[in-house]
Write a protein that binds this ligand. Sequence first.
Ligand code: SAM
Length: 224
Amino acid sequence: MRLSKRLKAITEFVDKEDRIIDIGCDHALLDIYIKENIKNRKIVASDIHEGAIKQAKKNIEKYSMERKISLRLGDGLDVIKEGEVDTIIIAGMGYNNIEKILSNSEKLKDINKIIVQSNTDVVKLRKSVIKLGFKITREKLVLDKDIIYTIIEFKRGVEKYNYNQIYFGPRLMENKDELFKDYYSKKLLKYENLLLQLPKNNVMSRIHHMRLIKIIKEELEKDN
Ligand SMILES: C[S@@+](CC[C@H](N)C(=O)[O-])C[C@H]1O[C@@H](n2cnc3c(N)ncnc32)[C@H](O)[C@@H]1O
């Protein structure tokens, strides 16, 4: 089976011993691929929409995975029993929804690892998952159909991060690839243009943009 580049990159974060819930599985192709290729211990594929569950069921049957993937209809972590899984995958949703799902503290206490790809506000996401008692262990940028996605792996633990690490991603900063440079060069251009358009009396917003421009420039220049 062929997965999109984004979903394929997510599978690189999965280990054989992980007991996973994929929240918002939609078509469940990610879960079928993981079970076929990584053969990890357990996967619960879940979604809040019946239509998605129906599609997932069809795909699971097509690949004869009925006994290997547990499919469940429901909201976020509500569908799992205590101690049933230790790893969460959440991909393709916005930050607000992800934050709401992870705020289920009763169910989150069994979780040791979170693999997440948010479509929005990656910086806010880093901040809020760290506050839940996790540290950032791996990160990857992936280019899929002209969009650059950030995939982050969090594990239980404490690590202190400065402003730049939260902004750029501590693991991405350690190993800046061409995608990183491309991504932030474009952001730099965007913020410089925005700053030109901001009215002089919008002081707070101007300061914010100037700060971002400064740190991006510094980070990109470090490697030249
Ligand atoms: C855009 S799709 C992403 C599908 C897949 N994870 C991916 O990355 O390609 C988002 C899915 O999340 C589901 N979803 C949204 N909120 C949810 C929640 N609170 N609990 C479970 N599923 C949810 C939606 O029904 C939808 O199928």
